[in-house]
Write a new protein. Structure first.
Ligand SMILES: [Zn+2]
Ligand SMILES: [Zn+2]
Length: 228
């Protein structure tokens, strides 16, 4: 399957053993979806230079038309210039650099995960890797039933999840993209770090990191790649 490739790109990898955790999660992910490809790792120097470049850009300034924050845009274009990403060629950037109030994000086929807020919690970092891997593989699929309701905080999100149990529905909160509402799924969303840790506990207690619908979305993404 040469049309599919994975690169883990790291800035400051020694922190938390980011590459090791990311490799393990990616191996579990590929095993789950039955895809056998090798994963390449690229360690980048220049972390300090990157951080100083960022000092002139606010976290959320200089956003593009999709509202993708300026700092992350700088980082993703840096990644893309070294290793162009495409639908089949996924790039997973791991770093200890502070990327803003989120622990992870994704842009097209590039996932960015930061340990800055996570500090000494490898399982929460792993949850974030699973979550962003889901996004760069088309989960949750935007064709799923979308709940049109504004939610602004974690209690409201949890309430909506309870209400929509068994509906395979998705929603969008604060322009952060679509997220799943199914029980125990890693493609759900939390806006605070503390609650993201709770979601990690739920992931660890569940049989699979993804609900059936999100897994099906990911599988059909692979089908589309193979069909090309
Ligand atoms: Zn997300
Ligand atoms: Zn799901």
């Amino acid at each position: 399957m040469s049309e599919i490739s994975y690169n883990i790109i790291s800035y400051d990898p020694e922190k938390l053993g980011l590459i090791k955790i990311t490799k393990k999660v990616l191996a579990d992910f590929l095993n789950l979806v039955g895809v056998d490809v090798s994963v390449q790792c690229l360690e980048c120097s220049g972390r300090d230079q990157l951080v100083s470049e960022w000092e002139t850009i606010g976290y959320y300034e200089g956003s593009d038309d999709d509202g993708f924050p300026g700092r992350l845009l700088t980082l993703s274009s840096k990644v893309a210039s070294q290793l162009p990403a495409s639908k089949g060629h996924k790039r997973i950037l791991v770093t200890s650099i502070d990327i803003g109030r989120v622990v992870g994000t994704s842009y097209g086929w590039i996932a960015i995960i930061s340990s800055h807020q996570i500090q000494d919690d490898p399982e929460t970092f792993a949850t974030t890797v699973f979550h962003e891997l889901g996004h760069i593989h088309g989960a949750p699929n935007t064709e799923r039933k979308k709940v049109d309701r504004q939610v602004n905080n974690d209690p409201e999100i949890v309430e909506l999840e309870k209400e929509m149990q068994g509906e395979n529905a998705i929603y969008e909160c604060l322009d952060f993209g679509e997220h799943c509402l199914n029980q125990n799924c890693t493609m759900r969303q939390r806006l605070t770090f503390e609650n993201w840790k709770v979601l990690t506990k739920e992931r660890l207690a569940a049989d699979s990191p993804y609900c059936e619908s999100c897994l099906a979305n990911i599988m059909s993404h692979f089908e589309a790649l193979k069909g090309k």
